[in-house]
Design a protein around this ligand. Structure first.
Ligand SMILES: *Cc1c(COP(=O)(O)O)cnc(C)c1O
Length: 396
């Protein structure tokens, strides 16, 4: 296909637009992954990565998709037949639970209403009823629905039940964009990936690992080799890997961490919240429905938009891609066709968001989807009164 003029708008909720700084870092010549320069690079990466995860615990970095890091979390801590409580608030939690089933684990489903956060009271009730559950797993920011669950509340729910289950959290589409606290929230394994808040191309998977999870790994009997934490963490202490790492993605990660810490994590989180707000004001002005119905559960990194009855979300997406060179997220699993997802995460600014929302509004018009005009204007108004500039934000 001939290339279109201007630039493509990649506004799916991950992978996110690749910043020029990161693209340049990745394009450097590959270095010896057993040499001194490499060790220096990774040790500096690990230190700053811990800040982003909110932890002092070790972090395993895999050359893999985030799905690989899901598998690593389970394979390192559990044994065949162990019961795992999966709290599903969307399709990604379902996909993760399928990995567990394939590993011979017994999945207990806590199926919530996908339009609301995971309910901590139900978690407590499930755990009280089943003292043998070995782990509780959930997704922090459900990328399929646009719901942000409250991990601190889930931690309290486990503690209220006086239960010893490990807490495993998928933070793939929140880490680096939404406040996340592995240590403070008592998370045992945090799963993450490179292509969302961390602004990198796909290809790195992460596990942040608590001391309790490390102890569980000593007893766990599921087979593991590539995903085994022990050789990885041992080599990482010296800045190395037991196999060839994704060296050039690590160059990119180094730059991404510099960018996040330069902007300041609090500022990064505030920027995403502001974009989510502006996007919701556009959607409600269009008279369309935001999928999330939980006032406190709106995702800062993406917004899922329900189509009116009789209109197909994927037809709208196709038209918007062809006409405006703008990619929006499809509905996943049972939600396919019913909704589309606007990604507003990673290295984006006010005008990139406005361009995205303009593409959606023009697309709604062209596709004949019933809506009220003025969504983009509502977002502009919202962005104007909440300047992203640090000084004005803090009022000094
Ligand atoms: C994107 C995503 C994944 C899967 O990541 P892959 O790199 O495609 O394996 C898992 N969980 C969540 C919440 C995601 O957003």
């Amino acid at each position: 296909m001939p290339q279109k003029p201007g630039r493509h708008f990649l506004q799916i909720p991950g992978p996110t637009p690749l910043p020029e700084r990161i693209a340049q870092a990745i394009s450097r010549s590959t270095i010896d992954h057993r040499g001194p320069d490499f060790a220096q690079l990774t040790l500096s990466i690990f230190e700053r990565l811990r800040t982003v995860f909110g932890t002092t615990d070790p972090i395993a970095v895999y050359p893999s998709s985030a799905s690989g890091a899901w598998e690593a979390a389970l394979a390192n801590t559990l044994s065949p037949g162990d019961r795992v409580l999966f709290c599903t608030s969307g399709q990604f939690a379902v996909q993760w639970s399928k990995v567990a089933t394939r590993f011979g684990l017994q999945v207990e489903d806590l199926v919530g209403d996908w339009r609301f956060r995971v309910d901590p009271d139900q978690v407590t009730a499930k755990l009280r009823a089943d003292p043998a559950i070995k782990a509780v797993a959930l997704v922090h920011n459900e990328t399929s629905t646009g719901i942000l669950s409250d991990i601190a509340a889930i931690r309290h729910a486990i503690d209220r039940a006086e239960h010893s289950a490990l807490l495993m959290v998928d933070a793939v589409s929140s880490l680096g964009a939404v406040d996340y606290r592995h240590d403070e929230w008592g998370v045992d394994v945090t799963v993450a990936g490179s292509q969302k808040g961390l602004m990198l191309p796909p290809g790195l998977g992460f596990n942040a690992i608590s001391q309790r999870a490390l102890s569980a790994a000593q007893e766990a009997r599921l087979p593991r080799s590539y995903w085994d934490w022990a050789p990885l963490l041992d080599a990482a202490k010296r800045g190395f890997f037991p196999y060839t790492p994704a060296t050039n993605l690590l160059f990119g990660l180094d730059e991404a961490l510099t960018m996040l810490l330069e902007e300041g994590l609090d500022q990064v989180f505030a920027r995403h919240l502001r974009f989510a707000h502006a996007t919701r004001s556009a959607v409600t002005t269009w008279n369309l429905e935001v999928y999330c119905r939980d006032e406190k559960g709106h995702s800062p990194t993406l917004t899922s938009v329900l189509m009116p009855q009789g209109h197909d979300a994927d037809q709208l997406r196709k038209l918007i891609l062809e006409r405006f060179d703008l990619s929006l997220g499809t509905g996943l699993g049972p939600l396919q066709g019913q909704l589309f997802r606007i990604g507003h995460l990673g290295s984006i600014n006010d005008l990139m968001l406005c361009g995205t929302l303009s593409g959606v509004e023009m697309g709604l018009d062209l596709a004949g989807v019933p809506h009220k005009r003025g969504g983009v204007q509502a977002a502009l108004n919202m962005l104007a009164v909440t300047s992203g500039h640090r000084k004005e934000n803090t009022g000094d």
